[in-house]
Design a protein around this ligand. Sequence first.
Ligand code: BTN
Length: 217
Amino acid sequence: MRVVHLETTESTQDECFRLLEEHTAIAVRADIQTKGRGRHGSWWHSPPGGLWLSVGLTGVDGFACAVAGPVAVCQAMTSYLPFPIMIWPPNDLVHSGRKLGGILVEKRGAKVVTGFGINLYQEVFPPDLNAVSLKQLGGKGFTLEEVTRNIISAFTGLLELPIQETIARYNASLLGQGKSVRVGDIEGTFKGLSPEGFVVGDTIIPVGRFTGMEITE
Ligand code: BTN
């Protein structure tokens, strides 16, 4: 897949949607984003040293992208770290409670853009972010270009698999399963992801309505 590299842009998501007007599959990476966005309209800190990447595809399923995105990062990180990166639902990539990255899936008609924000080389973060970079985790042998290729190839490979297989891989990396949790007004045991959404007790919460989870035990 072609990867367009920009020094600076507001958000690689918007650039990627623009390029999807002329392509069916295209990726955009930027060194800096001036208006990087996270889930639910939050601001995404995007200084130099991180991987700010959007992968645009046409005619793919948004749910499949939301499942494959975090799994692709977990898979890619095994090349650089001796321990696994885990998923905090719905799609934070974490190690020991600190956030290595996050995924944002946006859909406009048949166009689906999956955004990967991964902290690679940063040495300092705003204190409220509780973030960590691959470098700070002791990651070895990585470059921005190589991680980009590795994530895109893991992601597109996962989209070829039956969704049940990708969900099984997602659940294998998912934290919090078996714990008593609260998601909005719903309380119960967290049972992971199913094809219909996250399972909390007897309730299934669609991925788009899953805003965040708190462990109560
Ligand atoms: C989250 O809230 O955890 C998801 C963050 C996703 C950030 C990435 S960086 C590349 C792409 N461009 C954006 O503006 N956001 C996503």
